[in-house]
Structure formats: C-alpha cells, structure tokens
Design a protein around this ligand. Structure first.
Ligand SMILES: *[C@@H]1O[C@H](CO)[C@@H](O)[C@H](O)[C@H]1NC(C)=O
Ligand SMILES: *[C@@H]1O[C@H](CO)[C@@H](O)[C@H](O)[C@H]1NC(C)=O
Ligand SMILES: *[C@@H]1O[C@H](CO)[C@@H](O)[C@H](O)[C@H]1NC(C)=O
Ligand SMILES: *[C@@H]1O[C@H](CO)[C@@H](O)[C@H](O)[C@H]1NC(C)=O
Ligand SMILES: *[C@@H]1O[C@H](CO)[C@@H](O)[C@H](O)[C@H]1NC(C)=O
Ligand SMILES: *[C@@H]1O[C@H](CO)[C@@H](O)[C@H](O)[C@H]1NC(C)=O
Ligand SMILES: *[C@@H]1O[C@H](CO)[C@@H](O)[C@H](O)[C@H]1NC(C)=O
Length: 869
C-alpha cells in the first residue's frame, strides 16, 4: 500500500513536473522560436602580449550579457564568433575575415585593432557588403584607415592628440624633443602630425627614434642606450600598450626616470598610467565578477612613470551606471572599454531595426549603425554619424606617486588651458599649464640648461666671476639675462652658469674661441656676457638682439695744456692775427693820409693817430672820423671774441685738443696703438682701418690702458665704446675719445645655431631694454655709466689745480721779444720825436734816399724835422 502510495506520489510528481515542463516549454517556445541569432565576427589579438585586444573582447562580451539581460524581448540576438589573430599578421586576419563573411555568413565584423589589418578587412567588407567596425585608438570606426597622404594634411582626427602635445611642448618651453615611436602604421602617424605643428612653433625634433614593434629586451636596451647618449633628454613616447610597458620598464631599469629626464606619453600609454583604471588580463567569461587575483595590475608601471606628462581623451564622467558595472571588474574601465561596450549596444540596436524592417542587407545594417548617436548611461557620448567617434578633447595629466594630477586640458577650439572647468577657460590664459612635478620629484624643469660665462674679464662691470667659497656670477650681462628669463613666455627655472674656460685651460680665452669651440665641447645651451655681434661669429652661433649698443672708437691723450706754448696767441690763428694787424696798420695809414690832406689845407695838428675817443675832435676830416669809429668798433669786437675764446681755452672747455685727430692721422704717423687683448677689434684695425700688425699692442685692463697711454707706450687705444666710457670715467682729464665711430652689432647673448631660444630671448631682451627706468637701474646697479655725459670724473681736480704760468703764455723768451717789439712799435707810432730822430739818423747816414723816403711817407713833415709849428 505504501509502495503504491509512493509510486502514485512519484507519478503524480512526475506528471506534474512533466506538465510543468510542457507548459514551460510551450510558454518559452514563442520567444525562443522568433529570436533570431545574428552571427557577428570578431577579429582580435587575444595573445598574452595584447592588452588592448583582451580589453576590447572583455567589453564586448560583457556588453552582450548586460544588453540582453536588460532588453529581454528582442527579435534578434548577437552571437560573437571570435577569431584570435596576432595583430601583426595581416594575412591570417584577412583570411579570417574571408572565412567569417563567406562561410559563417556573419552580418558584421568587429575588429581588428590595427590599421594594417583594417585596411584589408574593411575593403573585404565593402566587397561582401558586411559592415566592419574596427578599433583604432581614437575609438570605433567604420572608415578605412587614413592613408599616409591624408595624415599629412594634418586635418584628421588622428592628429588632435599630437596637436595637444605640441601645445604642451610649447607651453613648457622645450626647444627640442626626441620622439620615440613604434614602427607600425599606428606609430608612424606621430611624425607627419607632430612635425607640421612643431615646425610652426620653431621646435625641433631631434634624433627621431623608431622601435620595431617586435623588439626584444636587448633591442630595447640598445635603443635606450642610444637615447641616453643624446643631448636632449625630453622624450615623447608613442607606442602601443604592449611595447610601451616593456619599454618603460626597461627605461626604469636603466635609471632614465630620474631628475634631468622628461617623458611625455600619448593616448594609448596613458591608459597604463591611469590610476583610476586597472586592466584585466583574463578573458571575461560571463561570470558575475572577475576574480581579483586574475588582474594583471600595471600599478608598478605607474610608479615607474613618476613625473611623466601625458594626454588622454577627456573622460572624467563617473555615473552610477559605470560604478555598478565596474563592480564586476573591481575597477574603473578605461574609456576604450566603454567605447567597445557601446559599440555592442549600437550594433544590437541596428541589427534589431534591420530585422524588424525585414530588409536583411549589409548596406542597410551599415547605414543603421552610422545612424547611431546617443549619450549612454555611462556618460559617454557615442556618435558614429561621421563614421568614427569624434574625440577631440584631451586632458593633460602629470603622474605624481601612485596618483596623478590633471594640470590642463586641450580642445581644438580653446587650445591648451590650465583649468578644465569650462567656466574657467575664459579667464585662464592660453598655453598655460599648472607647474608639473618632474621625474625625481622636482619642480625644476628638465633639462638643466648650461649657460657659459667667460671667467676672466678686464671689465667686471659686465661679467664678473669670482670665487669666495663658491663661484659667484655677477655683472650687467648676468643681470640682463636674469631679467630676460623672467619675461620669457614660459618658465625657465633650471639653469646653471658654467665658467669658461674650465680649469684645464689658460684663462685668457677670446670670445671667438669660446663661441666657436667651447660651445660645442662643453655642450652649452647658451653663452652670455659682453659678446659683440660680429659677422664672422655668426658662422658659429646665433645671436639675440643686442642689449647694449656699441661702436669702436679711439682714445688718445689730450694735448697737455701746460706744455702748449703761446696760449695768449691761441684764440686766433696766425692768419687771423696777420689780417688784424694789416687792418690796424692800414687804417692808421689811411686816416693819417686823410688828416694830412686836410692839414695841407689848413693847419697841421697831430700827424699820428692815437686811439682815444677824445682824440676825435682832433680829426678835422669827416672821412677820417668815420674810419676811426669803424676801426674802434672792429677793435672792440675782436677783443670780445678774443676774451671769450681765451676763457674757454683756460677753463678746459670744448677746445680740448686730442693729440691725434682721427685714425688716418694714426695710420700716417705709424705710432703704436693699443687694443684689448683677445678682442675682435684687432681684426678691425688691420682689415678695415689698415693699421700694421707690428703697430698693435694688446692691453689687459683699464689700468694698463692708462699706463700705456701715459708713458707713451701707445699713442692711441681702439676699443668698443662701453669699455672706453668706463675707462674715461676713471681717467677722463688726460684722455679723450675721438675719431670715427665704427658701428658694431652691440652686445648680445649667443645660442647654438638654430636654437629655439634665440628668438624668445630676443623678444625678452627687447622687453628689458625698452623698460627704460628699470634698464637704467640695472646699469647703475652694475656701476655702468649710461653714456659719456653721465660719467662722474674721478680726477676732475687735476684740471682746476693747474694755473697759468709764464710758459703758458708762450715761454720766457717769446714773451720778452713780444714786449720789446710792442714797446718799440708803440714808441714808433706814438712819438713824433722818435720819428724825427729816426729821420735825422737816416738823413745823416743816407741823406739822399732818406729825404725822398720821408718826403714820400710824410710830405707835410720835412725830413729835417722842421715842421710848421
Ligand atoms: C590567442 O593566440 C595566441 C597565440 O597566437 C595564444 O597565445 C593565446 O593564448 C590565444 N588566446 C586565446 C584566448 O585563445
Ligand atoms: C642626434 O642627432 C644629431 C644631429 O641631428 C647627431 O649629431 C647626433 O649624433 C645624434 N645622436 C645620436 C645619439 O644619434
Ligand atoms: C637591459 O638592461 C637592464 C638594465 O640595465 C638589464 O637589467 C637587462 O638585463 C638588460 N636586458 C638585456 C636583454 O640585456
Ligand atoms: C674656490 O676657491 C676654493 C679655495 O678658496 C677652492 O677650494 C674651490 O675649489 C674653488 N671653487 C671653484 C669652483 O673654483
Ligand atoms: C675642461 O674641458 C676639457 C675639454 O673640453 C675637458 O676634457 C675637461 O674634462 C674639462 N675639465 C673640467 C674640470 O671640466
Ligand atoms: C702734462 O703736464 C703735466 C704737468 O702739468 C706733466 O706731469 C705730464 O707729464 C705732462 N704730460 C705729457 C704727456 O707731457
Ligand atoms: C615686458 O613684459 C611684461 C610682462 O610680460 C609686460 O607687462 C610689459 O608691458 C613688457 N614691456 C614692454 C616694454 O614691452
């Protein structure tokens, strides 16, 4: 009985379960029956060394599970048929695509990852009318990979990240960078895009390095060694994740992630350093969670990339939807993962629409996919209407420790801006970044610039290098440089001064040698100092605009006032003295003649003219009176001029006379000439002015200038005006500047040929020199007189203490002779008795002749002296 009951119960249970099963079967059947499985081909590299392939595959699988668990009532269901093909293998990829289209009759193909493969598969898809969505780094695309020629046009979306990077390079102020790229189609996009933009900015790409995508450790090590030997240690790394992580790991091993180096990462590598993201290495197999231990964590790599800068597509959205989904992966998913995820969503919708419309055709499906534009719950705006995603906004990050800091953002419209909050964009200036932290935890921007400074200088006002426990650099040139650095369009905080020449060389090195040889030998980024722009030097270096004008001029002795004879005669030239004398004598004779003519008519009063105004009434003749007035007037005039001229001579005014007037006089008199030792001026003296080699003598300092000029070792010194002004400010009273001014290029700073700094510094120097007040302050800070007029004369007293002596007037004997002559002349003119005596004398000696002569000379006055009194 019990057995029966038991069997009944069992059969009941069985039948109930059968009925239940049947019912279930019946209810389930209608949906099962209509759901059409749509085969979709997937071609990805799922090898161990392809992070991106696995990531995309995981996203696709995850998206299908999610999509169909939410959308239960679909008429279609996507079924992925996955081909695992190495990303370097174009042939297998093409044949996989062929197999999927021809045999598996797939409706669409997702993948591949590389443009080399995509080029064939997209073409094949066109032939079979199967839409192909492949996964370049810029996001899912239905388009053919850009041909090299279209990349050169610099318009493609592919170029945006490189334009962002170029703007970063400009903002940071690097003048040259070393691009390192993977030798694939993906990698070689870098060059055409970047070189165009950098060329416009005047930034050089030095030692462009390509790495074979299948490089071994050894290959990478060799490349790194070469890179390490380069001058520029600013590297731009553009690689796939897979090569990139090997490369970065090796660079870390070689200690190239330390102070002095700078690294910029492009979009794909930026995923490796994204602290918000962990990348899984295990295929997602539909489990509810991926076990934590199965993650391949790239966290150590982030630590290796300390101080690196990078760009990645702007993606700071963190919606609830993402957070829920990310629980499954125990981490945030990178943007690429979301793009792949939404590709499934777009594809599933398109497939569904095509199925409902009943037009099962590849072209319709393609146009349905191209119709996709939605903002997903993840916050990603997914728009395929242009055939590919339109991602053009980037954020700039700086790796700091295990974290990173967003230091700026970039978009084609705004360029680089410091803040990526949209409201702040207007207020923040373009090409600005927050100060990055560089490798080695420092704020000093790499590379450290080496600025050469000549060690010895006879004029320390310009450059002064001195050692008091540590080396000090000082002087006008250094001050101008420091000031210019502050007005550069980028910050330049990391430079050191290198004294030239270094200890092993003799100290007297000319700038020619320093510019042409030591610039290269010492690997300098600039040389600053009192460097004159000279044509011959432009072969070796580039000059900035001058910060100080200069000309070549000549300094000679002032003619010694105490030895110059006859100062009383000096005001007038000899010719003028003679003319004045002639006028005087002539006037006397003429007036006398008129008086005598009159006297013949009336009575003879006074035959000789005396220059006294009250004498006037003695003149009877009107013409004689007029003559007297005129002559007196001329006399007063001449006296005035004479007095003024003599005063100016005695007070050492403008009539200072150089011992040599100009270089022609020097040349013709062949006297010894001094120049500054090691100066380029020597060349000018020989080639331009035509002085002889043996005439020239090198002098070291302004004290030597003084000594040589004073003791007659040289008779003139040629040098540039800034030095001469300094020299004269100390020794002005005895020397003076004279001769032609030979204009030179002025003082400036030198940079290696083609250095990008030259133009920046030229602009900065203009700014410094045009700020007149502070420029003058800078000059006086370095005790430089701004011009010869500003010179404060240190030996002014020398002039005032010297007083006139008899020798000034012309020496003892000349004075004595003058006095005797004047006395005799006065007697002769004033005293008729002297004349009478003279005529008597001559009458006695030579009566005939004398009588005639005196008769002629003075017919009214007979030679015997018996006048009609
Ligand atoms: C994909 O192929 C590579 C070799 O080509 C193999 O190492 C890897 O395990 C494969 N991945 C999967 C998921 O089958
Ligand atoms: C880098 O390039 C410069 C000139 O462009 C060259 O002189 C130098 O040898 C190169 N350095 C290396 C390590 O290739
Ligand atoms: C590459 O260099 C690193 C660091 O110097 C070293 O540890 C590694 O063994 C080298 N690899 C090869 C293949 O030489
Ligand atoms: C500066 O002088 C000190 C001795 O006074 C010497 O030890 C040191 O090496 C010098 N420094 C330089 C950079 O020349
Ligand atoms: C000086 O320069 C020479 C050649 O440029 C170099 O070999 C030497 O090491 C330098 N010496 C110092 C002390 O820097
Ligand atoms: C100029 O005169 C002074 C004395 O007044 C004398 O000491 C000096 O040597 C003279 N200079 C020359 C060049 O004759
Ligand atoms: C120099 O630069 C500063 C800041 O860049 C600017 O404010 C100033 O106007 C400039 N001066 C001249 C004379 O251009």
């Amino acid at each position: 009985m019990e057995e029966l009951q038991r069997s009944f119960r069992a059969s009941c249970l069985l039948s109930v379960s059968v009925v239940l099963l049947l019912w279930l079967n019946i209810t389930a059947r209608p949906s099962m029956a209509v759901t059409q499985i749509v085969p979709i081909g997937v071609i990805l590299d799922l090898g161990l060394n392809s992070v991106l392939g696995e990531m995309i595959h995981n996203s696709l699988a995850f998206a299908i599970k999610e999509y169909y668990s939410v959308n239960k009532q679909t008429a279609t269901k996507i079924d992925l048929i996955v081909w695992n093909v190495s990303r370097y293998d174009i042939f297998t990829a093409a044949s996989a695509a062929y197999d999927l289209m021809e045999n598996k009759k797939v409706h669409a193909i997702l993948g591949p990852q590389t443009s080399e493969q995509a080029r064939y598969i997209v073409k094949l898809g066109e032939k079979y009318q199967v839409p192909v969505i492949w996964f370049p780094i810029t996001g899912p695309s239905l388009l053919l990979p850009p041909s090299p020629s279209s990349i050169y046009s610099n318009e493609g979306l592919n170029c945006f990240q490189f334009r962002a990077i170029a703007d970063i390079i400009k903002a940071v102020g690097w003048q040259s960078i070393v691009p390192i790229y993977e030798e694939t189609e993906y990698g070689s996009h870098l060059l055409p895009c970047l070189s165009n933009v950098l060329k416009e900015m005047g930034i050089q790409m030095a030692n462009v390095t390509a790495i074979d995508s299948s490089s071994t450790d050894l290959g990478i090590n060799t490349t790194l060694d070469t890179l390490n030997n380069m001058r520029t240690h600013v590297f731009l790394v553009h690689m796939s994740m897979d090569l990139g992580k090997e490369f970065i790991w090796s660079a870390q091993q070689k200690e190239m992630m330390v102070e002095g180096y700078a690294w910029i990462l492009t979009q794909e590598l930026s995923s490796l350093t994204d602290p918000r993201v962990s990348l899984t290495r295990n295929l997602y197999k539909g489990r509810s969670t991926v076990p934590v231990e199965q993650f391949t964590d790239f966290f150590p790599l982030k630590r290796y990339m300390q101080g690196a800068l990078g760009v990645r597509p702007m993606d700071s959205k963190n919606t609830d939807f993402r957070r829920n989904s990310e629980k499954i992966f125990n981490s945030r998913l990178p943007l690429y993962a979301w793009w792949a995820y939404h590709t499934i969503e777009a594809l599933a919708k398109a497939v569904e629409k095509v199925e409902k419309a009943g037009t099962d055709n590849g072209l319709t499906l393609r146009s349905q996919i191209l119709d996709t534009s939605f903002t997903a719950k993840s916050g990603v705006h997914f728009d395929l209407t242009k055939g590919q995603l339109d991602q053009s906004e980037y954020e700039v990050y700086n790796v700091i420790g295990d974290r990173e800091r967003i230091i700026g953002s970039w978009s084609p419209e705004t360029g680089l801006v410091q803040n990526h909050d949209k409201e702040d964009i207007e207020t923040s200036s373009e090409y600005q970044l927050k100060d990055p932290m560089w490798p080695g935890d420092t704020l000093d921007k790499p590379p450290k610039l080496r600025i050469g400074v000549r060690r010895t200088n006879s004029f320390p006002e310009f450059v002064n290098v001195y050692n008091s426990t540590k080396l000090h650099f000082d002087g006008f040139a250094i001050n101008v440089f420091s000031k210019a650095v502050k007005v550069l369009p980028f910050s330049l905080n990391n430079y050191e001064f290198v004294p030239l020449p270094n200890q092993s060389r003799s100290h007297n090195t000319s700038y020619d040698d320093i510019l042409c040889r030591q610039m290269k030998e010492e690997d300098l980024d600039a040389i600053i100092g009192d460097i004159t722009i000279v044509a011959s030097r432009t072969k070796c270096v580039d000059f900035t605009l001058p910060y100080l004008d200069s000309s070549v001029a000549m300094v000679v002795r002032v003619k010694n006032i105490s030895t110059s004879k006859g100062i009383l005669l000096k005001p007038f030239k000899w010719s003028l003295w003679l003319i004045l004398g002639a006028i005087f004598v002539g006037a006397t004779i003429i007036i006398n003649a008129f008086e005598i003519i009159r006297a013949n008519n009336s009575r003879f009063n006074n035959p000789f003219l005396v220059y006294k105004i009250d004498v006037m009434e003695n003149f009877e003749s009107t013409t004689a009176r007029w003559m007297v007035i005129m002559t007196s007037f001329l006399f007063v005039l001449v006296m005035q001029v004479y007095t003024a001229k003599l005063t100016s001579i005695l007070t050492q005014g403008t009539t200072n006379e150089p011992s040599f007037k100009d270089e022609n006089e020097i040349k013709s008199s062949n006297v010894p000439v001094g120049y500054k030792k090691g100066s380029w001026v020597r060349g000018l003296l020989i080639d331009q002015i035509g002085l002889k080699d043996e005439q020239l003598k090198g002098l070291g300092s302004r004290e030597e200038y003084n000594e040589a000029l004073s003791n007659g070792t040289v008779d003139a010194i040629f040098d540039e005006t800034p030095y001469l002004i300094l020299f004269l400010s100390r020794y002005r009273s005895r020397f003076m500047m004279t001769g032609t001014m030979y204009q030179t290029g002025g003082f400036s700073f030198a940079f290696p040929k083609k250095s990008g700094f030259t133009s920046h510094f030229s602009t900065a120097i203009l700014n410094v020199t045009q700020e007149v007040e502070s420029y003058r302050a800078l000059m006086s800070q370095s005790s430089l007189p701004t011009s010869i007029e500003d010179v404060e004369f240190e030996d002014q007293n020398d002039i005032e203490t010297s007083s006139l002596s008899i020798s000034n007037i012309g020496g003892f004997y000349p004075v004595l002779i003058s006095i005797v002559v004047a006395f005799l002349f006065g007697l002769f003119i004033l005293n008729p008795s002297v004349i009478r005596w003279l005529s008597n004398l001559s009458q006695r000696l030579c009566p005939e002749f004398s009588a005639q002569t005196f008769k002629k000379l003075n017919p009214a006055n007979p030679p015997n002296g018996q006048g009609q009194v």
